[in-house]
Design a protein. Structure first.
Length: 95
């Protein structure tokens, strides 16, 4: 996890908006979690199926991800990435 992501996770402030770009089969190509302190962007590397986690300079023009509306107002307490048995970082968890 890079320093920018660690800083945002440490002092996220409340979650203000969740947006994403939907792909086929009820999947997202990317999803953004817009917090008071910045925007966390989660995407998938299509070649390795790894999770790409970064900070967006500006929120992208995506549609509201209404499936996540219950999370609005919450803050990040913990964040970590997970590596599978083959060494790929294929999950990212927020609590």
């Amino acid at each position: 996890m890079n320093a920018q992501v660690m800083a945002l996770a440490s002092e996220s402030g409340p979650l203000l908006r969740v947006s994403g770009a939907e792909a086929a089969q009820a999947r997202f190509r990317w999803i953004e979690l817009e917090f008071a302190a910045g925007t966390l962007r989660l995407a998938c590397d299509d070649d390795t199926d790894e999770i790409v986690v970064g900070i967006a300079d500006q929120p992208a023009a995506g549609s509201d991800a209404s499936a996540f509306k219950e999370l609005l107002g919450m803050r990040i307490e913990y964040a970590w990435s997970l590596t599978n048995h083959r060494g790929y970082v294929d999950a990212f968890s927020l609590a």
